[in-house]
Ligand binder design. Structure first.
Ligand code: ARG
Length: 471
């Protein structure tokens, strides 16, 4: 029975079933992921009700222990449940009778869904960040192993100047660390407790919102009850915007690798397990994984604009449109995690073809260096530029390895190919790992604490022993 119905006895009409399916059908699949967080949110809420003496200590313990038992249950949702919040309340009421009916005191499903989504998102961000750091680490190790391996640098997709494999790979590790700063700032917004905002206008009792925020491992309480509602979808949008930067880097990395592993370049080989064959052409080893990384980043941009479109123009306060943000959030998080996860071992397994990399250094790649040789002899830059332009090295001229290395060594300013300062990225990765591990440990410790069964009251606690198993 739905919480807003007076009775659930009658047979449902076809229209009622149609509406039920339309409003809840696809959404329950996403709500399923929120189940454990809804339970944690309820356990914390019962603490607040107890503090207000809206339930006594025995009742509070019974409610919390009953909720804890549900953590072990497989609550397979259907559209008839309407949503996870209703299903859990119904389970508790079936189990504890009248006491279960106290659970929803002083809260709304609107603040519940916000609690659930934020806890879920925090857990997903921890997973995503760990994969991001893993990929950054793979790129960095690859950069360290080939820091001095020459590689042509390109502009406009055309050969430009001498560069190195270390500079190229290090650029992506550094980019991911920048992206992580964006993820962290959106995480800070998400890490605020919405609980207590009710339906967006508070509740008529002095709920201890600090208490529930602390129990649930939120860094702080989000203040304004209306803004709590209005930030639904907006915080998700902020996070997906940060992840959009990750996606941009991944798609660029994929694009580079598709190019540089192509037979016409042959700078690197993709480990064979990451390629697929052709059904008709026996010679093919296709970079499908990398193409999908690029393709998924295109789909991701759809998620981002979906969130923006859902939100812009909405009035203040909850509207059911907001339900649609859940699917987008889940898909955006999933596709980012998946791409990060698959790229780390792919990068670690790349084979570097030093000979081909060096072979690509045809004469014109050193044209700028030749200008600088004249500049160092006192010729003004523009004059030197003209002299070399009038007498360009030939594209077919091969350059010796020594000359290439000299050129790389001369680019030894901060961040140049001769001085990519990879240790700085290494330090950033290490400190980020520590910081995020600490955040994750704090979060998990709070949830573990909430899950710990409490001793039931001495007298009367044998009246409500139920069984949650659904055969
Ligand atoms: N499934 C709903 C959502 O995701 C839960 C909140 C329902 N609230 C309401 N007032 N109908 O938004």
């Amino acid at each position: 029975m739905k919480t807003w119905e007076l009775s659930g006895e009658e047979q449902k009409s076809q229209i009622e079933e149609l509406v039920e399916d339309y409003t809840a059908g696809a959404d329950v699949g996403y709500d399923q992921r929120l189940a454990e967080y809804d339970i944690y949110g309820s356990i914390a809420h019962v603490h607040a009700l107890e503090k207000l003496e809206l339930v006594d200590s025995c009742e509070a313990r019974k409610l919390r222990n009953a909720l804890r038992e549900l953590l072990e249950e497989d609550l397979a949702l259907t559209s008839a449940d309407e949503d996870i919040h209703t299903r859990i309340e119904n389970e508790i009421t079936d189990y504890l009778g009248g006491l279960g009916e106290k659970l929803h005191t002083a809260r709304s499903r609107n603040d519940q869904v916000l609690v659930d989504v934020r806890l879920f998102t925090k857990a997903e961000v921890f997973k995503t960040v760990s994969e991001l750091l893993n990929l950054a680490e793979s790129l960095l190790q690859f950069a360290f192993s080939h820091s001095e391996t020459p590689m042509v640098g390109y502009t406009h997709y055309r050969k430009a100047m001498p560069s190195s494999v270390g500079l190229w790979a290090g650029s992506f590790a550094e980019a991911l660390i920048d992206d992580l700063a964006l993820v962290e700032s959106s995480f800070e917004l998400i890490d605020q407790s919405p609980l207590g905002a009710g339906a967006g206008y508070g509740v008529p009792v002095r709920l201890d919102r600090e208490l529930t925020a602390g129990l649930l491992g939120f860094e702080k309480v989000q203040n304004n009850a209306i803004y709590v509602m209005n930030s639904r979808g907006k915080f998700e949008f902020n996070l997906l915007s940060a992840l959009a930067s990750v996606q941009l880097d991944l798609s660029r990395l994929a694009s580079d690798l598709i190019t540089f592993t192509d037979g016409e370049f042959d700078y690197f080989d993709i480990p064979e397990e990451f390629t697929t064959g052709s059904s008709i052409m026996p010679q093919k080893n296709n970079p499908d994984v990398l193409e999908l990384v690029r393709g998924k980043s295109a789909s991701f941009s759809g998620h981002l604009s979906n969130l923006f479109s859902l939100l812009h123009g909405l009035r203040s306060g909850y509207s059911r449109d907001l339900q649609e943000t859940k699917k987008t959030l889940v898909e955006g998080l999933e596709c980012t995690y998946d791409s990060l996860e698959v790229l780390a071992p792919l990068v670690s397994g790349l084979k570097v073809n030093e000979e081909e990399l060096l072979d690509a250094f045809s004469g014109e790649v050193l044209a700028t260096d030749e200008v600088f040789t004249l500049v160092k002899d006192g010729v003004p830059f523009r004059e030197a530029y003209r002299r070399i332009k009038n007498n360009l090295p030939s594209e077919s001229e091969k350059i010796s390895e020594d000359k290439v290395r000299q050129s790389l060594d001369s680019r030894n300013h901060a961040g140049g190919p001769g001085n990519p300062r990879l240790e700085r990225i290494e330090n950033s990765i290490e400190s980020a790992e520590e910081k995020w591990e600490e955040k994750k440990a704090g979060f998990n410790a709070c949830l573990r604490e909430l899950a710990k069964p409490e001793n039931p009251c001495k007298e009367g606690d044998d009246q409500n022993t139920g069984d949650y198993s659904h055969d």
